[in-house]
Design a protein around this ligand. Structure first.
Ligand code: TYM
Length: 332
C-alpha cells in the first residue's frame, strides 16, 4: 500500500445473514476498489449489540461474516479486514463525539425511528447513538470515501456534521471530511416479496432475501416466488413494475448485461423464463463463493489469525488519530 492512495472504509453490522443486497450494494463494489485505494473493511459487531444478541450466535456469526467477506473476494493482503470490537479506539472516539452531538441531530435519524418501532421492547440508548459510533468508525481512519447504500447516507451526513463541530471547537484539521461513494449500479436491492422496501439481512421473513450461504434449492425457490406484476412484458420500469425492476437489477449486475440487452433477450418471453435464468445465475455466481466459505469455516485458527493481523494493522492507524483527538480536547 502506498501513501498517496485515497482511503476507503466501509463495514456491515453483524446481524442476520449477509444478503445479495449486501453483496451487490456493497461488497461487490468494495472488491472493485481494492487495487485502486487503500481499503479498510470491517465487521461492525459493536453495532450489532444495539439489538439483543445471543452471545454464542454473535461469535459464530462474526466468524461466518468474516469468512464470507473473504469468500466473496475481499483480499486480506490488499485490504485491512478487521472486527470492530478488536480495535478499542472505536468505542473511545465514539464517546468524544457523543459529547459533541446535539440530541436534535440524532432525533432526525430515520433508521432510529424505524428500528425503535421494530424493537419496541428494547429501545436502548445505543440504538439512538449508533450513528455516532459509525462516525467514529470512519473518522479514526481519515477515510476519504465511504461506500454505502442509500440507507446509510443520512448517517454519513451526521458524520460530516460532526467533523464540522469538531473543527469549529478545536480547529486543528485533525479529522478528515469523508465523502460518500455510491456505486454506479445496484445501490439499492429491494426485498423479493415487498419490492417497496430494501432487502434487509435482519428481515424476519426469509423469503424476502437471498442469503449468500443459502443452498441452491432455497435460492431457486425464493427467486421463483418473488413478487412481480400481472403484466407480461419484460421491461425495466421502476414505478410500475418494481418487483421486476429489482430482478432485472440483480440480473444486470451479476451478468454484466445492460437493461436494454436484457429486455431484448426476453422479448416475447414470460417473467417465468427470466426467473428461472436469474435463479441459475445467482446459484452459479454463489457456488464458488460457498465452496470457499465452507473451507474457511473449517479452520477457525486461521480466521482468528487473519482477524488479529487485520486488527493490528487497523489499530496502528486508529491509535494515531485517537491520540491527536485526546490531546486536542484536553485529555492528558
Ligand atoms: P449494513 O450492515 O446494514 O449493510 C452493509 C452495507 O450493505 C449495504 N446494503 C445494501 N445495499 C443495497 N441494497 C440493499 N438491500 C442493502 N442492504 C444493505 C449498506 O448500505 C451498507 O453499505 N451502519 C452500517 C454498518 C457500518 C458502517 C460503518 C458502514 C457501521 N459503521 C462505517 C460504513 C462506514 C450498516 O448497518 O450496514
Amino acid at each position: 500500500m502506498t501513501n498517496n492512495k485515497k482511503t476507503i472504509l466501509s463495514g456491515s453490522t453483524v446481524t442476520g445473514d449477509l444478503t445479495l443486497g449486501n453483496y451487490i450494494g456493497a461488497i461487490n463494489n468494495w472488491k472493485q476498489l481494492q487495487d485502486q485505494y487503500e481499503c479498510l473493511y470491517f465487521l461492525a459487531d459493536l453495532h450489532a449489540l444495539t439489538v439483543h444478541q445471543d452471545p454464542k450466535i454473535l461469535k459464530e456469526r462474526t466468524y461466518s461474516f468474516f469468512a464470507q467477506y473473504l469468500a466473496l473476494g475481499l483480499d486480506p493482503q490488499k485490504n485491512i479486514i478487521f472486527v470492530q470490537s478488536q480495535v478499542h479506539e472505536h468505542a473511545e472516539l465514539a464517546w468524544i463525539l457523543t459529547c459533541l452531538t446535539p440530541m436534535g441531530y440524532l432525533n432526525r435519524m430515520t433508521q432510529f425511528k424505524e428500528k425503535s418501532e421494530k424493537h419496541v421492547k428494547n429501545i436502548n440508548a445505543g440504538l439512538y447513538t449508533y450513528p455516532i459510533l459509525m462516525a467514529a468508525d470512519i473518522l479514526l481512519y481519515q477515510a476519504d470515501l465511504v461506500p454505502v447504500g442509500e440507507d446509510q447516507k443520512q448517517h454519513l451526513e451526521l458524520c460530516r456534521d460532526l467533523v464540522g463541530f469538531f473543527e469549529n471547537r478545536y480547529g486543528n484539521g485533525i479529522l478528515k471530511m469523508p465523502e460518500p461513494y455510491i456505486g454506479k449500479m445496484g445501490a439499492r436491492i429491494m426485498s423479493l416479496q415487498e419490492p417497496d422496501k430494501k432487502m434487509s439481512k435482519s428481515d424476519e421473513n426469509e423469503k424476502n432475501f437471498v442469503s449468500i450461504i443459502d443452498d441452491p434449492k432455497k435460492i431457486e425457490k425464493k427467486i421463483k416466488s418473488a413478487t412481480t406484476d400481472s403484466d407480461t412484458v419484460v421491461q425495466y420500469d421502476l414505478t410500475n413494475k418494481p418487483g421486476l425492476a429489482n430482478l432485472l437489477t440483480i440480473y444486470s449486475v451479476l451478468s454484466g448485461k445492460t437493461m436494454k440487452e436484457l429486455e431484448a433477450d426476453y422479448e416475447g418471453k414470460m417473467y417465468g423464463h427470466l426467473k428461472v435464468d436469474l435463479a441459475d445465475l445467482v446459484v452459479e455466481t454463489l457456488r464458488p463463493v460457498q465452496a470457499k466459505y465452507s473451507d474457511l469455516m473449517k479452520n477457525k485458527d486461521h480466521l482468528n489469525s487473519l482477524m488479529a493481523k487485520g486488527a493490528e494493522r487497523a489499530r496502528a492507524k486508529a491509535s494515531s488519530t485517537l491520540k491527536k483527538v485526546y490531546d486536542s480536547v484536553g485529555l492528558l
